[in-house]
Design a binder for this molecule. Sequence first.
Ligand SMILES: NC(=O)c1ccc[n+]([C@@H]2O[C@H](COP(=O)([O-])OP(=O)(O)OC[C@H]3O[C@@H](n4cnc5c(N)ncnc54)[C@H](OP(=O)(O)O)[C@@H]3O)[C@@H](O)[C@H]2O)c1
Length: 245
Amino acid sequence: MKTVFITGATSGIGFQLAKDYLKAGEKVVACGRNPQALAELTRFSETSPEMIETLCFDLTDCQATQQMVDSMQSKPDVWIFNAGDCEYIEKGELDSQLIRRVFEVNVMGLVHAIEAAQTRFVRGSHLVIVGSISSELALPRAEAYGASKSAVSYLARTLQQTLKPKGIQVTVVYPGFVRTPLTEKNTFAMPLMVDVDEASRAIRKGIEKGSAYLYFPTRFTLILRLIALLPYRWQNALTAKLTQD
Ligand SMILES: NC(=O)c1ccc[n+]([C@@H]2O[C@H](COP(=O)([O-])OP(=O)(O)OC[C@H]3O[C@@H](n4cnc5c(N)ncnc54)[C@H](OP(=O)(O)O)[C@@H]3O)[C@@H](O)[C@H]2O)c1
């Protein structure tokens, strides 16, 4: 049995991962802000309450994150840093408040969580950092979200190198579109979108295999990665075509 720590376990991909790991008999440390969703996970694990620990805190609050992680009783083997948020910029009109909000959760929230947890990392620990395929390609309206996920990708790939000598493995996850409350508000076409159970399956399988990088759904992320190999001018022409209303 392993113990899996999950941020953003109260909704979407993280919620599904928490349920699937509990179903598989693994212990879960579920983190999020929503107490009702954390209670739902505790009820889900009601026959074996010792298999779940819940931590309710806001990742943008550095001190609260440290306090909650310090209070944790469990000793996770796998750390899934999944929490994130998305807001879009309209017509290229930058909004510093919006960009700060997105970076506070996606970048600083991730940093707070890793900083709080890092003294608990040991040889054999496995960190899983959820980025986005949007970081591979400059996409219209993703000035805030895509830039934040590019920072996440860079941070994660750097940690892959710096933590390796300590025997700590880092997997970086680059999902395409997944049907969750985060994408529910999108009004544009989301090609080849998958359900959360498929996302959870892909992530759990990748963790099991020890993959360094995880891309899913395969076809959609492959198309974007191929476009990302082209010169920027061609990339822009293609993304303009693909994203026109
Ligand atoms: N869905 C997609 O198509 C897609 C594609 C690429 C990448 N991703 C990435 O996958 C991850 C999960 O996304 P999702 O689609 O499952 O989104 P979601 O359903 O909106 O869930 C987001 C999770 O993050 C948590 N969270 C957000 N802000 C937080 C904060 N300040 N403090 C603590 N927790 C916070 C939420 O907790 P509360 O609900 O408790 O506030 C929730 O559990 C994100 O990193 C996202 O960027 C998603």
